[in-house]
Design a binder for this molecule. Sequence first.
Ligand code: G4P
Length: 533
Amino acid sequence: MANYESEIKRRRTFAIISHPDAGKTTLTEKFLLYGGAIAQAGVVKGKKNTRAATSDWMEIEKQRGISVTSSVMQFQYGGFCINILDTPGHQDFSEDTYRTLMAADSAVMVIDAAKGVEAQTRKLFKVCVMRDIPIFTFINKMDREARDPFELCEEIEKELGIDTYAVNWPIGCGKDFQGVYDRSRRRIIHFTSNGGSKAATATEIELNDPNLPELIGPARRDQLVDEVELLDGASCDFDMERVRHGKLSPVFFGSALTNFGVEPFLEDFLQMTTPPLPRRAGEEEIDSFDSGFSAFVFKIQANMNKAHRDRIAFLRVVSGRFDAEKEVSHVREGKKIRLSRPQQLMAADREIIEEAYAGDIIGVFDPGMFSIGDTLCAPGRKFQFDPIPTFAPEHFARVRPVDTLKRKQFIKGTEQIAQEGAIQIFKIPYTGMEEVIVGVVGTLQFDVFEYRLRNEYNVEIRMEQLPYEFVRWIDAYDGDVNDILLGSDGKLVEDYHGRHLLLFASQWSVNWVLDKNKSLELAEFGGTRGIDY
Ligand code: G4P
């Protein structure tokens, strides 16, 4: 096996998704501790309100103690090279979060055992399903009072429409949490809390061991035997093929904070996930073990470091080996380029790299030549990865500069931020750029947009939120789009490809307009073209 093949084989690239506070940061931190990537807890996130600035690039993030932008981390564990893509679960997250999922090969969904499936989990989950990637569930906080595990699994199945397979089963919860029963190995991992340090004390014991009743109490033991029987009889079989296609989610119970079940989860997860997956480029499928380098841009982030005023394009390496010495072909531009300052990112730390392999995420300095969805590949090859979908914004505002003399900076800043994909911009037909309609996936992006215009472009803006929540692109209409009957709460706008779209305040008005304009056909997504303004 060529060296690059063994490197690719050991790579695992996944995203962690959760609703805020479910424990994603804590779990990530424990992974990094096991991998030796960090030496102590609290590096990824400090105590409340003093959250370390590791993955908080922007001032606004620090102020709010939340992570707006997604970050990437790489670490080694048990011979694997693991890339974790962090997706902010904050309710105000952006389209960026969705795009980050495009770079992952699987997802770990963290669920709070007391709360079950929550709103942001649902949203992120939808995107994972769209890609058919494997989804692993970690039901966290078992050291606290939790809901019944059967009920939790049922909720995941019902709410998210995916089957579940409990790989392990919890024994008690809260103060009475005794550990988990590992179903395939038919043994109990009994944990003793030791305050969350690196290795939790775990004792392994068979289900039929005569000492078990003494260890966990006779009532707990009987309950466990009953539950295991019920599980074996009632749940669906473990089918790796269905896991790989995102139809069956392996479920693990544990407690990230106290280290219960984290390492067994990581180990099983690494065995169950695959090396980097292939990606489609039209008719072709580009396999990760293909010797020629290829990658796509899934995220662009400007001014990550204010002192440098730089702009970084994040690439997911799809195939082969990236060699910093060699030129690559920028397919859309039809140019050969050398990627400038390729770097691996560990939250805010950056390390210049010489090479990377399929599955890795690298950041490269972007002088303004990249757009989301761009393909890079070894010279001599020519294909374009299927574009990253544009996600429909859910909040809209009418925006204009306070000072009309700042119009130029306003346009430049707005366009650049839109190019990064942090916001989407729309025009009102027949008007200039004095005023734009900004659409975002999460309302926090409005604040980020305003903040960045002020700090990076020196423009104060006036923003008026609009009541629209739904956007539909016009796919077909017999006649002039200006004649479409819109009712009282619909609005016609244009995107920057010159395509017409309609904004609506409610699903009811979408239906009303479709009913009144029989030849009108609407699409929910803005096509799947790359974003090129
Ligand atoms: P997030 O990234 O998904 O938003 O969640 P995060 O890890 O920040 O965890 C949210 C809160 O839940 C934190 O408490 C964290 O310590 C706690 N937590 C995480 N995992 C567990 C667990 O397994 N058991 C228990 N009991 N708590 C857990 P906090 O008080 O909000 O923050 P901090 O003061 O601990 O930093």
